[in-house]
Design a protein around this ligand. Structure first.
Ligand SMILES: C[S@@+](CC[C@H](N)C(=O)[O-])C[C@H]1O[C@@H](n2cnc3c(N)ncnc32)[C@H](O)[C@@H]1O
Length: 256
């Protein structure tokens, strides 16, 4: 008997072709050069981080799963590979070029172009059920603290009880401030750092809590490595800036 092909696992299999990876890196660098606060990174998330984020959701849970800031789609790919049906996935992306790329790359997945910090308005009329989870790659640290808190509040209001807001950060602390106000009771879980990412990242899961927020950042014995990796990432970024400036000068005929 011939082996039955499984179309779901086939279509969601990650592409590791070097040309796709390099093209995505180039898209990201361009987006970062144009607007570093929106892009938040010079490269897409690596597959270990993407996979770890996808592990935080239950694909069988009732209701859609929202992804904020999908970029070129590494986390989307991992969510599909995890078994989230395309029909349950809603992507919210600000950058027009990423939206066009995502619609070509992930047919059947709903893509909403809009501002994730204004989540309630951006998703108005889109959802028919409360989402079970929101997975965010937004560069929260580049946004004012108030915007981050408002985002979390809106996310909880949309999801209702039991929903989880999953966020990664390159920072060493929770990107949603832990001294959150009385009205936003939140339970925070910090997962182990993902070292196999450039730069290393940590995932935080936020859920509604009964009482006031109480959270202590986990002690990080590898803090020094963490900080050095971040320094290395900054140096690479500066190098890219330098190369870009030189290329621009050369293009304008003033390169020599
Ligand atoms: C750090 S990148 C992450 C991209 C991708 N998820 C990954 O892991 O490689 C941040 C993404 O968030 C998007 N973004 C930033 N601000 C946004 C906003 N206010 N609303 C929606 N998307 C936003 C950026 O365009 C970018 O695609």
């Amino acid at each position: 008997m011939s082996a039955q092909k499984n179309p779901v696992s086939r279509e969601s299999r990650p592409k590791f072709a070097l040309d796709v990876d390099l093209a995505d890196e180039a898209r990201f660098i361009r987006s970062w050069i144009e607007n570093p606060k929106i892009a938040g990174a010079i490269a897409p998330s690596g597959r270990f981080l993407a996979r770890a984020l996808a592990q935080c959701v239950n694909p069988a849970a009732r209701g859609p799963i929202i992804e904020l800031g999908p970029g070129t789609g590494p986390v989307t790919q991992a969510l599909l590979a995890r078994g989230v049906p395309r029909s349950k996935l809603v992507l919210v992306e600000y950058e027009k070029r990423f939206c066009s790329l995502l619609s070509k790359r992930f047919p059947g997945v709903k893509i909403v172009r809009g501002d994730a910090y204004n989540l309630a308005d951006t998703l108005k009329g889109i959802l028919t059920e409360a989402p079970s989870a929101i997975v965010s790659s937004l560069p929260l640290l580049t946004a004012p603290e108030d915007d981050r808190l408002t985002l979390l509040q809106q996310a909880f209001d949309l999801m209702g009880e039991g929903g989880r807001f999953v966020q990664f950060t390159y920072g060493v602390k929770s990107p949603v401030p832990t001294h959150v106000g009385e009205n936003l009771h939140v339970r925070i879980q910090a997962l182990a750092p993902i070292w196999l990412n450039i730069p290393p990242a940590r995932i935080y899961i936020y859920r509604r809590a009964q009482g006031p927020t109480q959270f202590r950042e986990p002690p990080d014995v590898l803090d020094v490595i963490w900080r050095r990796s971040r320094q290395a990432a900054r140096e690479i970024r500066d190098e890219f800036k330098f190369i870009e400036a030189r290329a621009r000068r050369a293009a304008n005929g003033r390169g020599r």
